[in-house]
Design a protein around this ligand. Structure first.
Ligand code: SAH
Length: 368
């Protein structure tokens, strides 16, 4: 049998988003680009992709038409689809992103006067099962790839229409969406390196905060290899209570967690570790808890972010009374720690801390 000679080879297009320069190089060589031009081509592509935000190769006007046509045939710059968008009455925007395999995760943009923060997911679902967290009721579906993590910021820039703008609203990133970033370390690291790269999305590491529930063995590497600000979801000052509400504590108890914080590379008064502390009525919000908190973190350059509990359907907790939050904050503050109370944002669209969840499910073995 003769095979039609003009049949195009069936090769999937390669998505260039999320590839490091080193990963991009062989693809360019594979197109026949001479070795001594690869670096320059990679730079050109990165500039268009991450600085200008273009979505097609035809817009890359300083690259020859022939080469653009070749790129178009073999590569893509496709983003995840926005499968829904909700806008809160306070201006917070939540996007449900659908990735190439149909799995979904949420990304939230929180505009403030002086800055705009994008809350980025690292996993679809989560393994941690923190009792007060809505995402924790969803099983882990899978890790997000570097491309999917980087693309959340690119989609936000698209939606805010601010690639060309001098005055950008998206100024900060928090890795505080769905998932535990330190359980997806390699992909989060690869993604953040592109976000921080001067020729990439060019956001300073000082404007990025990674939050962990306390994956102690990865914390030193996080400081050394990623180097962003660190936030730690502490939420309780006694192991009996933390074991219950943040079950990873049974593996890495408070003393080990705080020792890792003390050793965190780069922690200083200028770069404090943020301890997140969700205020759960009658569970962790006594004034004795506040005093114990300042005792156990003594010596760590820190600030305490008190988070009023955000409810979700079926949640087994209530938020502490406002007056109690104020008294708690006062004790922490008098001990010399900044203790801002995080203003709940986007509660009306279930976009506030701990309210994120998608319908994606892990495929059952029988369905594979
Ligand atoms: N897994 C990481 C990243 C998630 S960050 C971590 O645990 O740090 C999300 C933050 O919101 C965490 O501090 C989390 O504990 C907190 N949170 C979760 N559920 C919440 C809720 N219902 N109300 C307020 N904060 C919540």
């Amino acid at each position: 049998m003769q095979i039609a000679s003009n049949a195009a080879p069936v090769t999937a297009q390669i998505n260039l988003i999320g590839l490091s320069r080193a990963e991009l190089a062989p693809h360019l060589l594979g197109l026949g680009i001479p070795e001594n031009q690869v670096k320059m081509r990679a730079q050109q592509i990165w500039h268009w992709m991450y600085f200008r935000g273009v979505q097609t190769f035809s817009e890359m006007s300083n690259i020859s038409k022939d080469l653009r046509t070749l790129f178009e045939a073999r590569f893509t710059l496709a983003r995840p689809e926005i499968s829904s968008e909700q806008i809160s009455k306070d201006g917070t925007r939540k996007w449900l992103m659908r990735f190439a395999d149909g799995k979904e995760a949420e990304t939230v943009f929180i505009p403030e006067d002086e800055r705009g923060t994008l809350c980025v997911s690292s996993q679809v679902g989560c393994t941690l099962n923190c009792k007060f967290c809505h995402t924790g009721t969803q099983l882990l579906v899978r890790n997000l790839t570097p491309a999917e993590i980087v693309a959340q910021m690119m989609v936000a820039r698209d939606a805010l229409d601010e690639w060309q703008s001098e005055d950008r609203h998206l100024t900060n990133i928090v890795m505080m969406g769905m998932g535990e970033p330190l359980y997806n370390f390699d992909n989060v690291k690869a993604a953040l390196h592109i976000v921080m790269d001067n020729e990439g999305l060019s956001l300073s590491r000082r404007r990025i905060t990674l939050s962990t529930a306390g994956v102690v063995p990865m914390m030193a590497r996080c400081g050394a290899e990623i180097g962003t600000n660190l936030a730690v979801s502490l939420h309780a000052v006694r192991d009996e209570i933390r074991d219950e509400i943040v079950p990873i504590n049974r593996k890495y108890p408070i003393a080990e967690l705080l020792a890792a914080c003390r050793a965190y590379p780069g922690a200083s008064n200028a770069r404090r570790i943020t301890f997140e502390y969700v205020m759960l009525k009658g569970v962790n919000d006594s004034l004795a808890d506040a005093r114990e908190l300042v005792r156990i973190i003594a010596g760590i350059p820190a600030k305490i972010n008190l988070i009023p509990f955000n409810a979700w359907p079926g949640a087994p907790y209530e938020c502490s009374d406002w007056s109690q939050i104020e008294k708690f904050a006062e004790i922490v503050n008098r001990a010399g720690y900044a203790s801002p109370v995080r203003t709940p944002r986007g509660r009306d669209i279930m976009a506030a801390c701990g309210q994120l969840k998608s319908d994606s499910e892990r495929a059952r073995k029988s369905a594979l």
